[in-house]
Design a protein around this ligand. Structure first.
Ligand code: AHR
Length: 334
C-alpha cells in the first residue's frame, strides 16, 4: 500500500513538472518573439477575458484595453467569452495553463467565481477584476477591482427623474429595461434607481425585463411592454444606451414620439446616445466610462513591480441631460 502511494506521488510530480516545463516554453516563445532588443526583454503577459461584444460601450472598452496594452508594451492575450460565464471560466483556466503573469477579466455575472479564482491563486497568478464586480466572501482571491460605481449610476438616473418629472402630482409609470440577469451593473443600476424613486409614491415601475444590454433585445422587450401597457407608459429606464436605442425604434413603430410622449433615460453616454438626444428622442444619459485600459495597465505594472494596489479603484463619471447634448457631443471619445 505504501509503495503504491509512493509511486502515485512520483507520477504526480513528474506530470506536474512536465506540464509546467511545457507551459514555460510557450511563455518563453512569447517573450522572445521578434529580434529587436526591446523584444528580447521580458514582456509582462496579461490574459484578459472580455464579456462579449454586446454594446457600443463594450466595443470601446475592448479597444481601450488593446490600445493601452500596446502603449505599455504589455503582451495581451485577449479572449471574448460571448456573454457565457462558463466560457469565462474556461478562459481563466487556459490563462493558468499558459502561466501568464496576470489575469484580468470583466465578470459577466457576479457570482460563481470562487473555484476558478482559487485555482489561479494556487498557481500563483494574481487576478484583477475589471468593469463588473464579483460577489465573494474571500477578498484574497483578487488584487483589485477597477470599475464604475453602478449603484451610484442608478441613483443619478433616479435623481434626474425625480427632478424632471417627479415634482408634479401626476402618476408616472416607468418600464425598466434591465441588463444581463445577475450582473453587477444590472443589480447596481436597479437598486440605486429604486432607492431614489422610493421617496416618491407617484413614480412606479410597472414592468421590468432583461434585455441583456443589447439593442435588438431592447427593441423586442419594448414592443412587449407597449403591447401590454400601451400609452400607460410615461418613462423608459434602460440600463444601457443600446437598449434605449432599441426602445426608441419600438416606440416610433408603435406610433408614439420617443423623448416626448415617453421620456427615456439610459446609462453609458456613448456617441449614439448623444445623437439621439440631439434629435430629441432621448432625454438623459448617465455616464459609464469604458476607457479603462490605461487604469488596468497601470495596475498590472504596479503589481509586477511590487507596488501595493488599493482594493477598489472607482472610475470618475458624470451625467448628460438632453440640454447638454449639442455642446458635449463633440467631446465624446466613444
Ligand atoms: O458592464 C458595463 C455595461 O456592460 C455597460 O453599461 C453596457 O453597455 C455593457 O454591455
Amino acid at each position: 500500500m505504501r509503495r503504491a502511494l509512493k509511486l502515485l506521488a512520483v507520477l504526480v510530480l513528474v506530470s506536474t513538472l512536465f506540464s509546467s516545463a511545457a507551459c514555460s516554453k510557450v511563455k518563453e516563445m512569447k517573450e522572445t518573439q521578434g529580434s529587436s532588443p526591446k523584444n528580447l526583454q521580458k514582456k509582462i503577459v496579461l490574459g484578459f477575458s472580455q464579456v462579449g461584444a454586446e454594446s457600443d460601450w463594450r466595443t470601446a472598452n475592448s479597444e481601450s484595453i488593446k490600445a493601452a496594452a500596446r502603449e505599455e508594451g504589455i503582451e495581451l492575450l485577449f479572449l471574448n467569452a460571448q456573454q457565457k460565464p462558463e466560457n469565462q471560466v474556461k478562459d481563466i483556466r487556459s490563462f493558468i495553463v499558459q502561466q501568464v503573469d496576470v489575469i484580468a477579466f470583466s465578470p459577466i455575472v457576479e457570482s460563481g467565481w470562487d473555484t476558478v479564482l482559487k485555482e489561479a491563486k494556487l498557481a500563483g497568478i494574481p487576478v484583477i477584476i475589471m468593469d463588473r464586480g464579483i460577489d465573494t466572501k474571500d477578498e484574497s482571491l483578487y488584487e483589485t477591482y477597477i470599475g464604475s460605481d453602478f449603484t451610484e449610476e442608478g441613483r443619478k438616473a433616479g435623481k434626474w427623474l425625480l427632478e424632471k418629472i417627479g415634482k408634479s402630482n401626476e402618476k408616472v409609470n416607468v418600464v425598466e429595461l434591465q441588463g444581463t440577469f445577475g450582473s453587477a451593473p444590472t443589480n447596481g443600476r436597479r437598486d440605486g434607481f429604486q432607492e431614489i424613486i422610493r421617496g416618491n409614491p407617484n413614480i412606479r415601475i410597472i414592468r421590468s425585463l432583461t434585455g441583456d444590454f443589447m439593442r435588438s433585445k431592447g427593441k423586442e422587450i419594448m414592443e412587449k411592454f407597449l403591447k401590454v401597457e400601451g400609452d400607460q407608459i410615461q418613462v423608459v429606464y434602460a440600463h444601457n444606451d443600446d437598449m434605449a436605442l432599441g426602445a426608441i425604434e419600438a416606440i416610433e413603430e408603435y406610433g408614439l414620439r420617443p423623448g416626448k410622449d415617453i421620456k427615456i433615460i439610459s446609462i453609458d453616454a456613448v456617441k449614439a446616445a448623444f445623437e439621439a438626444m440631439k434629435a430629441g428622442k432621448l432625454n438623459c444619459t448617465v455616464e459609464c466610462n469604458p476607457l479603462q485600459g490605461p487604469a488596468l495597465m497601470k495596475a498590472v505594472k504596479d503589481l509586477m513591480e511590487g507596488r501595493p494596489l488599493p482594493k477598489r479603484i472607482v472610475i470618475d463619471e458624470g451625467i448628460f441631460p438632453e440640454e447638454t447634448a449639442e455642446k458635449e457631443a463633440v467631446n465624446r471619445k466613444y
